[in-house]
Structure formats: C-alpha cells, structure tokens
Design a binder for this molecule. Structure first.
Ligand code: MTE
Ligand code: MO
Length: 200
C-alpha cells in the first residue's frame, strides 16, 4: 500500500497565510464576475469624469487620460465570493494624480460605470497611494471582460469596489450605497475584517 500523503508537493505553490484574509482561498485563476453584459464603448466616445461636490468637474478623453503619468501596481485582490489572487500586476493612473488640485467638502465617492454599475466608498480610501484607474493587466491592454478599457482598482477593499468600465467618480456629501451595497453587501468591505454583508 502506498503511504498516505501528508501534504501537497505538486502543483500547489506555497502561499504565505499572512497574505490571505479570513475565509478566503487563493486561486491562480482570474474569474470574471459581472452583474450584466460587458459594455463596449469605443475609445473615441470614452471619457473619465470627476464630478459632484466640486467647483468645476474634471474630464479626460482617452487620449488625455493616456497622457497622464502611469505607474505599475502589483497587489493582492480579494473577492467577496471568497477567491483571492496574489501578486496581480496592473498599470494605471494613481487617484492621487487624478484628484490633485480637486477642492471638495465631500467625504464620499460613488464610482460609476458604463452599464450602470455603481459602488461607494470614502473619498479618503482613494488617496494615499491606495487606488488607481488601471488600463493594463499583465502588460496587456485590459480585456473588456475584466473592465477594459479602464477600471478602478482599490485592492484594500473587497474587489466589488473596483468598478469595471469606469467612467466617473461622483464626490458626494452624503454616503450613497452603490449597486451591491444597496443589495446587502457591506457598506465598507474590508476583507481583513471580513466585512462581507450588512451585519458583518
Ligand atoms: N461595472 C462593474 N464593475 C464590477 C462588477 C460588475 O458587475 N460591474 N463586479 C464587481 C465584482 S463583484 C468583482 S469580484 C470584480 C470582478 O472583476 P473581474 O471580473 O475582473 O474578476 O469586479 C467588480 N466590478
Ligand atoms: Mo465580487
């Protein structure tokens, strides 16, 4: 009889458990999770907007957006459906760059997308090198299924906050629950505190 295997010595690579939030498992896959069909807005009709409680709204065409300074970002992402993916690499524009010079009383943001998806978060969470609008994944243009041409990336919150097909950020005085937040997902969504649903 062969000895009983006491561990995996094959394909499973070692994962530092300190990098995996409670209740999550690590996958090498990159699942697609979309609440509706994939929108396909031509780049010549695409723009990114910062509006709401600001003196003057900001708007970038695709060409203007692509002329902004970009940075590479390698981060772990955590989906509320319990998969985590480590060391995902992206390229994009820091929200610190986009929000530079924006003067506002707002403390909240609603990110909105082609197709009608919205998600809310504190404005503070988009600052301090913690959020990007990314247009590349793994050195390639971001695929439509994963949010191309550009998506929000806020990796310290559950991945539903990282709005795909991002078109705008509306700064708001009052906190306004987005698509999943209004449907019972946690308003903030910190994976390390396992804030999945309303009462977590
Ligand atoms: N516009 C839009 N953004 C979205 C979603 C969506 O349905 N529409 N799903 C969210 C959820 S629940 C997750 S887990 C991630 C999934 O991103 P992926 O499909 O690239 O893995 O996108 C988030 N952003
Ligand atoms: Mo998700």
């Amino acid at each position: 009889m062969p000895p009983i295997s006491r561990g995996f010595h094959g394909r499973r690579s070692e994962v530092d458990p300190a990098r995996v939030p409670p209740g999550q498992y690590v996958t090498p896959d990159f699942p697609v999770l979309s609440a509706g069909p994939t929108p396909r807005t031509p780049l010549d009709r695409w723009s990114l907007q910062i509006d709401g409680a600001v003196d003057a709204a900001l708007r970038w065409s695709w060409a203007e957006f692509r002329a902004l300074p970009t940075e590479p970002v390698t981060v772990d992402i955590h989906c509320v459906t319990k998969w985590s993916k480590l060391d995902t690499s992206w390229s994009g524009v820091s929200l610190d760059t986009l929000l530079d010079g924006v003067d506002t009383e707002a403390e909240h943001v609603t990110a909105w997308s082609d197709g009608g998806y919205t998600t809310n978060m504190p404005l503070e969470d988009l600052t301090g090198g913690r959020a990007w609008v990314v247009h590349e994944y793994d050195g390639q243009p971001l695929e439509p299924e994963h949010g191309g041409p550009a998506r929000l990336l806020v990796p310290h919150l559950y991945f539903w906050k990282s709005a795909k097909w991002l078109r705008g950020l509306t700064l708001t005085i009052a906190d306004e629950p987005g698509f999943w937040e209004a449907a019972g997902y946690h308003n903030y969504g910190d994976p390390w505190r396992e804030q999945r649903y309303w009462n977590d």
